[in-house]
Design a protein around this ligand. Structure first.
Ligand SMILES: [Mn+2]
Length: 355
């Protein structure tokens, strides 16, 4: 017995002795083109100037421009990302005010130096347009009326800046929401520069609800919300009757809601139309509907199935996959898109369907 114990002890003692003999090779250099933090060979000077992971977080590491500055001139740009941290127009789960921050965090691996699409070969961040991030609009969470006037003003200021390209004089804005109420400000600004536009609205909900039918006796203030903004856009004359929803599946009061939806100028491509038409058929239908008009593209992330995007305000089962949505968006190539938004991300939510 004693000799066995001695033998085991000798083996255990031998392990750290052997471990100390392990040697590691020198740190290898990682030469990523401005992507990863560069680590050079031992003894070489450390260069921290080229990393994309430095400074403040912008969308896709794009340059920040203080677009809302009182200065008359700021750096010119053609497409601006603008955060709209607003979620006080919601009827279900709040939290979308943190959406712009979440989108920027999620986009940190994107970089225009390595942004070519494997499908199209195009790099949208390094094409004809100079693309920048303008940060967030300052939106009070204490008063919706004031907040939306602030957002109206932010769109007005940014869309009136000087473009970088000589081919276009009006910068275009891609808003990072925020709940969907924020699209109303974008459509007002778009109308000011481009006239009435067709809206391609990717969503599980139609969002053309007449405030008069939402519970009855609803105040004018409460009537401006994330489910009525397209009704209001129609009433204000901002949009054409050649608009279309895509991915719709949430319940409605069919006779009244769908009738009002048509009156607001919308066609409906349902979520299940994807099964019948396929992505090519859906693309063709959407493009045919808006043909010859200027288009605003609005994406509520709840167009995706909760399996892909559970952290949203009013998730609905039976939606499109992320791949299907991206293929449809790529397929819109060729139409004249003058503005857009994506929103309804709840940064801190983890559960699935709420309705
Ligand atoms: Mn929705």
């Amino acid at each position: 017995m004693l000799s066995i114990r001695k033998a085991v002890a000798a083996i255990l003692l031998a392990v750290p002795v052997n471990a100390r003999e392990i040697t590691f090779p020198p740190v290898a250099a990682i030469d990523a083109r401005g992507g990863q933090v560069p680590l050079f060979g031992q003894g070489a000077p450390i260069d921290i100037s080229g990393s994309a992971y430095q400074g403040l977080t912008t969308f896709a590491n794009l340059p920040y421009v203080h677009c809302l500055s009182a200065e008359k001139n700021v750096d010119s740009f053609d497409i601006a990302f603008l955060g709209a941290p607003f979620d006080t127009g919601v009827t279900a789960r709040p939290g979308a005010r943190f959406g712009p921050t979440g989108i920027r965090w999620g986009s940190r691996r994107l970089d225009k130096d390595m942004g070519d699409s494997i499908y199209t070969g195009q790099n949208p961040l390094a094409d004809w347009a100079k693309v920048v991030d303008c940060g967030d609009a300052p939106l009070t969470f204490l008063d919706n009326t004031i907040a939306l006037k602030q957002l109206d003003k932010a769109h007005e200021v940014i869309s009136s800046r000087t473009t970088n390209s000589s081919d276009y004089t009006v910068p275009r804005i891609i808003t990072l929401g925020g709940d969907h109420t924020t699209t109303l400000s974008a459509l007002r600004s778009t109308f000011h520069h481009w006239g009435p536009v067709s809206v391609l609205h990717f969503d599980s909900h139609i969002d053309t609800w007449d405030p008069a039918v939402l519970g009855g006796g609803i105040s004018h203030y409460a009537g401006v919300n994330h489910g009525t903004f397209l009704h209001l856009a129609h009433e204000e004359g901002l949009i054409r009757n050649t608009s279309s929803h895509a991915g719709i599946r949430a319940p409605v009061k069919y006779s009244s809601d769908v009738k009002n939806d048509k009156r607001c100028g919308f066609d409906i491509v349902t979520a299940r139309d994807m099964d019948k038409l396929g992505v090519t058929g859906v693309i063709e239908k959407l493009k045919a509907h808006v043909k010859g008009t200027r288009v605003y593209v609005s994406v509520d992330i709840d167009v995706l199935d909760p399996a892909f995007a559970p952290a949203t305000g009013t998730a609905e089962p039976g939606g499109w996959s992320t791949r299907e949505l991206l293929t449809v968006l790529d397929g819109l190539e060729g139409i004249e898109i003058v503005g857009g938004d994506v929103g309804w991300f709840l940064l801190f939510a983890r559960s699935t369907c709420s309705s």
